[in-house]
Write a protein that binds this ligand. Structure first.
Ligand SMILES: Nc1ncnc2c1ncn2[C@@H]1O[C@H](COP(=O)(O)OP(=O)(O)OP(=O)(O)O)[C@@H](O)[C@H]1O
Length: 698
């Protein structure tokens, strides 16, 4: 025991060299939401209505989209309207009437015009998943498929419209989320008649209507409106950078007016041939394939080859500062050629050399490259990495929902079902990393970002450790104090992937209760709490299942910890997750319980104003803001250590260039940090006491 205390004392002493930010000043959740930075050794988508045929859909309102019984009505109405229009004189109607011979107002949308010129002669319904052989309609300049090392460029995706959507009311506002290679774009709601000029003429009461007309005009009107609602039009275009040629475009349709109700999704495999236009109607798929389902969307994709093989800071325009880390700043940037918005982490080479963080930084880049090459749904997507003489740059997808920490800080705590959703996605993220022999080691709300839809994405792999198979151990003393597993503190023989599950246990508790189970304002005390402290569950907050889950994770013996036998599979099988459909969750087909308020790609309202209010207008991405970056250039030997950091969409080989996952060399001695010696957590706090219900020892 004395030995253990000596060890803790030793840790604590060395921690005193580290920098910690002060605990949150939020009075109600002061204790829990402190943001202690990481500590590391090297710091580190009626049929009742109908069948459609597969003709081209004009940009105007098309009777083909109507149910059979409505087609006749439509034709009658159209004939009557034409007669009425003939009799109603031409003076009433300006000579340059925009209506066409069908009485339909052609679209005034210029994008639509654009799309029409590209519209193929044949239109066939495509059933996902589409394969290249299914892609019957295309126009292309070059028939030669590009070899992997030629693949570079941009992908234009156009979502034109939907038809036969399964909706229960005409009052809908369908929008779509387009996802390509982890980059998510949300379309505006579909255009209203007035906006896209597709409205059809309905006989008004003032007009003479044929007495023999079989159906009441209001019924006709509502049926037509319903039919129209089932065929929303977007004419939306967006451009993606092509990073992984294997990536598919996924489009999910939701109804904004009815609680973001899911209307179906589709996946399309674009063709990586220069200027190849792939266009067609794709069947939407439901969440549950056993359910009858309807609806199609019209999608075009065009791949455009790019001449650029390497990118640098000059290819991006800095828009905002969104975060500051230990080694550099994170900016919201816009890629000049595609206009795509990304997050750019700029890291000072001198600073990381000084803090002996080169290995960790190269490691972070390598893990991000590795995870960007396969389907790693809950990990922030790396798009490019490059370097200048003084700085390293990591370009990742911008997660506009902000840090989970930020939301937790604002809301105090989450309802259990919301916490469960995040935890379940985290389990999948950790499962993925562990399967790739990567320990994350720095699980905390600051490193969990929310995307535009409210799904999580892990960022900051600066402390992660690769090439560690199931039972392998590592010794590096790193992580953020509150989330450190006891074996990291105490076990000289090292620790395994189990440390991530301990941190997950801390996180479940913190998300649901609003404070961290082991927090103490004094670092030594925090170590003692982690090593020997009792965890007290507040009354009436966590369900029995959640408590049991936390207990399983906060087991001080890593060999008995939940996950010790079968890693994430064991966690997934726990009763806490009985209502989680893991297959749907993994495909991001479960709607997140909370959708961050994000108005556009450029919205930074979910980030701290302390950063976002910084004036970046005259900031030069090429220049450096760190005092350590003086005029003295780095030696060639040091520059050599950054070789291979650069990652563009040039080729697959290029992406692997410089990946030496064996090169982790954590030889430095453990370092420590300064704890905040302020009074904060008080065990005898009456409020705290009155809420505590159950205590357990891990
Ligand atoms: N892709 C992204 N999208 C949105 N915000 C991001 C993104 N990447 C980073 N950020 C913001 O920048 C902050 C700092 O980024 P990150 O944690 O990667 O930097 P760091 O230097 O490694 O920090 P630390 O000192 O905690 O290790 C994040 O907490 C987040 O708020």
């Amino acid at each position: 025991m004395t030995e253990i205390f000596e060890k803790l004392q030793e840790r604590s002493n060395s921690d005193s060299q580290k920098q910690y930010s002060s605990p949150s000043s939020d009075p109600s959740f002061k204790i829990s939401l402190s943001s202690t930075p990481s500590v590391s050794v090297e710091t580190a988508e009626a049929k009742g209505m109908t069948e459609y045929d597969n003709q081209n859909v004009s940009t105007n309102y098309d009777p083909i989209l109507l149910p059979d019984r409505l087609k006749n009505v439509y034709e009658e109405i159209t004939t009557q309207v034409k007669q009425i229009e003939k009799t109603e004189d031409a003076e009433e109607r300006p000579a340059n009437s925009r209506k066409n011979s069908n009485g339909v107002i052609p679209s005034k949308d210029t994008k639509t015009e654009n799309i029409k010129t590209l519209e193929p002669q044949v239109d066939s319904l495509k059933t996902p998943p589409s394969s290249h052989s299914q892609l019957g309609n295309s126009s292309q300049k070059s028939n030669e498929p590009m070899s992997s090392n030629q693949i570079m460029g941009r992908l234009v995706v156009r979502l034109r419209q939907a038809r036969n959507l399964l909706i229960s009311s005409m009052h809908v506002e369908p929008y779509a989320v387009i996802n390509y290679d982890k980059t998510e774009v949300v379309t505006p709601s579909s255009k209203k008649d007035a906006e896209n000029g597709m409205g059809i003429s309905i006989p008004s009461k003032t007009r003479t209507v044929n007495d023999n007309f079989p159906v009441s005009p209001s019924l006709v009107q509502s049926e037509l409106l319903m039919a129209e609602a089932r065929a929303p039009r977007w004419d939306f275009e967006t451009v993606f950078d092509v990073i992984n040629p294997e990536s598919t475009v996924s489009i999910s349709v939701y109804d904004r007016l009815n609680g973001d109700c899911f209307l179906g999704s589709v996946k399309v495999a674009p063709v990586s041939m220069n200027e190849y236009l792939n266009e067609g109607w794709y069947k939407l798929e439901p969440l549950d394939l056993s359910q009858p389902f309807e609806g199609e969307v019209n999608i075009q994709t065009i791949f455009e080859q790019s001449e650029v093989t390497r990118y640098g800071p000059d290819d991006f325009t800095i828009l905002r500062l969104i975060g500051k880390g230990t080694f550099g700043h994170v900016y919201l940037v816009q890629k000049t050629d595609t206009g795509r918005i990304y997050a750019m982490k700029k890291i000072s080479k001198k600073l990381i050399v000084k803090k002996k963080e080169v290995t960790h930084t190269i490691g972070e880049r390598n893990i991000l490259v590795r995870t960007s090459l396969d389907e790693s749904p809950f990990i922030v997507g790396l798009k490019f990495s490059f370097q200048t003489a003084s700085d390293l740059y990591l370009i990742t997808d911008y997660m506009s929902g902000g840090e989970l920490f930020w939301h937790l800080q604002h809301e105090g705590r989450f309802r259990e079902d919301r916490a469960k959703f995040y935890i379940a996605e985290l389990v999948l993220a950790l499962e993925h990393l562990h399967k790739h022999d990567i320990i994350y080691r720095d699980l905390k709300p600051e490193n969990i970002l929310l995307d535009i839809s409210g799904h999580i994405a892990l960022c900051d792999f600066g402390l992660s450790k690769a090439n560690l198979s199931f039972e392998d151990t590592t010794n590096t003393f790193c992580g953020t104090t509150e989330y450190l597993a006891p074996e990291v503190l105490l076990d000289d023989k090292g620790y395994t992937k189990q440390v991530d599950f301990w941190s997950l246990g801390v996180l479940v508790f913190e998300m649901c209760c609003g404070w961290s189970p082991f927090y103490a304002p004094d670092v030594q005390q925090m170590y003692r709490n982690i090593a020997f402290g009792k965890v007290r569950f507040p009354k009436g907050i966590l369900s029995q299942e959640a408590r049991s889950f936390v207990r399983g994770l906060l087991n001080r013996n890593p060999k008995h910890r939940l996950g010790a036998l079968a890693d994430a599979e064991e966690l997934k099988a726990h009763p806490f997750f009985d209502d989680i459909n893991w297959n749907l969750l993994a495909k991001k087909k479960l709607s997140p319980p909370f959708k961050p308020q994000v108005e556009s790609d450029l919205d930074v309202s979910n980030f701290d104003q302390e950063f976002t209010n910084t004036n970046v207008r005259n900031m030069n991405l090429n220049g450096s803001h760190d005092s350590v970056n003086g005029s003295t250039p780095l030696s060639n030997t040091i520059q050599d250590r950054f070789r291979g950091f650069t990652f563009t969409n040039k080729s697959l080989e290029d992406r692997f260039e410089g990946i030496h996952l064996d090169e982790f060399n954590e030889t430095d001695l453990p370092k420590d940090s300064v704890g905040n010696e302020k009074n904060g957590f008080d065990k005898d706090d009456p409020v705290a006491d009155s809420v505590f219900g159950e205590t357990f020892e891990g």
